[in-house]
Design a protein around this ligand. Structure first.
Ligand code: ZN
Length: 318
């Protein structure tokens, strides 16, 4: 009797490195707070959304970073603990989801500091990283990086290194770098990497860009990052994984309803091509060697620090 020996099948490791992140916030809570000024409890949707993310990450053996919002963590510490138990990094997304560009230095510091204390109390671990709501660290408030270093953080991932309508810094080095800051501190900055096509930058790092992008464009971007030895910095939100349709006014108080036409238009906008996200994330998990932002920051921290503030002169503080 002969025994057939199966020849080993060579499986190529994904050529592209990446850092996986979720901005952990409750869509219904934020849409209600921003439209009515009333902050409701977290909606039960967040459990279903987090379940979907954890199951995809576990399926592909990926560890990611969850930039967690204080207004979610203070009401649902169980969600933070659950994600931590799955081996993911818990980092800060601030406390109240107010753009850093609209805060004074003292307000910004208090908002971040409160979130660090809350997360450390819940997880028993020191927080290493921060991401501002809506990438709201720009040229005019680069002092925010000094504040983050002052608070003992190792890295920030708030800079969108191209100018968009509401955020971004044109000309900022898109690579993760270790910076020596104007006030003497040091910090690793991990910007959200755009795809360079000729003389243009194309945003591909996540959120609405990933949602609307055709799959073949995403594949080309990832292949290009792999060839260039760049690290794909992915960011997404829990609501993007929800298998059910989103409703912007789900948590609105009954005496403060959103007008039906506005509700319908906004729901159409938020749900447009959202169902493509899970498939795109699965493909990315197969084709990118994802790790946490802290893993990446630790590697970058060993490199010599460049001066921040030379190429991008800081502007007046509020
Ligand atoms: Zn956010």
């Amino acid at each position: 009797m002969t025994t057939a020996t199966a020849s080993p099948v060579a499986v190529a490791a994904p050529a592209c490195a990446g850092a996986f992140s979720i901005d952990l916030e409750d869509f219904s809570q934020l849409t209600c707070r921003d439209a009515t000024g009333i902050t409701p409890d977290c909606s039960p949707d967040i459990d279903r959304q987090v379940d979907a993310i954890l199951s995809i990450l576990s399926e592909h053996g990926v560890r990611g970073t969850f930039f967690s919002l204080g207004m979610l963590g203070s009401r649902r510490p169980d969600i933070i603990r659950r994600i931590q138990r799955c081996g993911h990094e818990m980092a800060s997304h601030g406390t109240a989801h107010v753009a850093a560009s609209r805060q004074s230095r003292a307000e910004f510091k208090a908002d971040v500091e409160d979130s660090l204390k809350l997360l450390a109390d819940i997880t028993g671990e020191r927080v290493l990283g921060y991401r501002a709501p809506a990438f709201s660290i720009g040229r005019a408030n680069l002092w925010a990086l000094d504040v983050l270093a002052e608070l003992g953080l190792m890295y920030d991932s708030s800079v969108f290194p191209m100018r968009m309508r509401r955020y971004g810094i044109d000309g900022f080095d898109p690579s993760p770098r270790h910076y020596s800051l104007p006030e003497g501190g040091r910090l690793v900055e991990i910007p959200l990497l755009p795809w360079r096509r000729g003389s243009r930058n194309v945003p591909v790092a996540g959120g609405g860009y990933l949602r609307l992008m055709p799959r073949r464009t995403l594949r080309s971007a990832v292949e290009s990052f792999g060839r260039a030895g760049q690290c794909y910095t992915l960011y997404l939100h829990p609501y993007e994984f929800d298998p059910r349709p989103l409703d912007v006014a789900r948590s609105f108080p009954s005496d403060r309803p959103m007008p039906a036409l506005k509700r319908g238009l906004l729901n159409a906008k938020w749900n447009l091509r959202r169902s493509t996200i899970v498939d795109k994330v699965r493909r990315l998990c197969r084709n990118v060697r994802f790790g946490t932002y802290a893993d990446l920051a630790q590697r970058i921290q060993g490199m010599p620090a460049a001066k921040l503030g030379v190429a991008w002169p800081s502007e007046a503080r509020p």
